[in-house]
Design a protein around this ligand. Sequence first.
Ligand SMILES: Cc1cc2nc3c(=O)[nH]c(=O)nc-3n(C[C@H](O)[C@H](O)[C@H](O)COP(=O)(O)OP(=O)(O)OC[C@H]3O[C@@H](n4cnc5c(N)ncnc54)[C@H](O)[C@@H]3O)c2cc1C
Length: 398
Amino acid sequence: MQHQPVPDDIARELSRLTEGEVRLSPHDRGLYATDASLYQVQPLGVVIPRYIAEVPNLVRFCHDHQLPILPRGAGSSLAGQTVNRALVFDFSRYCNELLEININNRTCRVQPGIVLDDLNNALAEQGTGLFFGPDVATSSHANLGGMIGNNSAGARSIIYGRTVENLNALDVALADGRTMRFYEGAAADDPQVREITEQIAAVVLKYASEIKQRFPRTRRRVNGYNLDLILTQLEKGGLNAVNLSHLCCGSEGTLALTLSAELKLSPLPVTRGLAVLGFASLDEALAAVNPIINTHPSAVELIDDMVMKTAKLNQSARPLLHIFDSLADRSDTDINSALYVEYYADSAEELSQHFAALDRTVPDVPALYLHKAEEMADAWALRKAAEPLLHALPGLRK
Ligand SMILES: Cc1cc2nc3c(=O)[nH]c(=O)nc-3n(C[C@H](O)[C@H](O)[C@H](O)COP(=O)(O)OP(=O)(O)OC[C@H]3O[C@@H](n4cnc5c(N)ncnc54)[C@H](O)[C@@H]3O)c2cc1C
């Protein structure tokens, strides 16, 4: 495996395979040496494909010349997924098209570099009444390729699940440049996919009892390969029920490069409302979560004491704390933590019923019930600011 920056002759050949860019300067390698994590590793270089059709040849070339590759979207990963001593393939620049929408099937097909907000804005502009459900806090820049790589999940994962629950199919390039389409039933249609599926099934079935016993049963688990999902598919319908796109999802680009994805879309909610509940302590807020889940919210999110304290010290976040002043007026004790409890509903009456059920569930907790879009946007802006605020903490607490 080569670990020196790419020699000139290889770089020239690589450049001939794309109308995009091959960037090898120290400056460019420095730009791609980090992501939203605290890791810093200089890549070998950066390839920015102009067209998706170029990617299989580029990958094959890298395979033949033993150049490690690392796909990248917006680089907003928190655990160093997009930094390594490799040739970084940046899909965000050019390979970001919405390829197809099928309103009847509630699906769309996208290139990997499309930004989540851009996708949902395009679906809204075209009047589809549909959107992609998983809503990462970084939606203004996260790419679908990166969301698939991380199996990302957002605040509303209670109803929409993770990215994998919203993924039908992937067109991929394998490490040697071969292209395949992974979907449920592909093992019956494509002998190459069948061969890979058989090999994966052999591993999964060998460790079936371990997978069943030891995979954590948490709702938003996104770490590790989705062997549990593949096992469930195998047990349901054998090789033909396996959808290898679900194995690629969450594999952090280690199994294949996403060239395009077929996504499941969800209907936009008719109306929504947000309850902000104030608690004297973090423990009290956490104790309320399970009973609240039984009232069928679309999201339950925590603002803890650390976020509140850090926001007070931050010029742009401080004004967003005003909702807690109104809550404090309704409370005998200080508000040190809060829960956002959001409901989707088909009518104003249904929304009122949800809020009433919440009130019965936590009757003594001071609450604000927000209906206006601007008020809710302010509240969510604070929640979205939480992660960057915590990033700015000095010292070991960070
Ligand atoms: C402030 C903040 C808030 C966040 N909030 C959330 C949140 O609410 N929920 C959540 O799940 N995550 C969250 N994250 C993490 C991250 O933003 C998301 O996981 C996001 O979806 C990653 O998208 P990206 O385009 O930045 O992916 P990248 O970081 O660029 O890549 C993610 C992974 O996908 C792989 N990849 C990228 N493109 C491809 C491709 N074409 N083919 C194969 N693999 C590919 C990469 O190699 C990498 O392993 C947050 C991060 C920050 C900094």
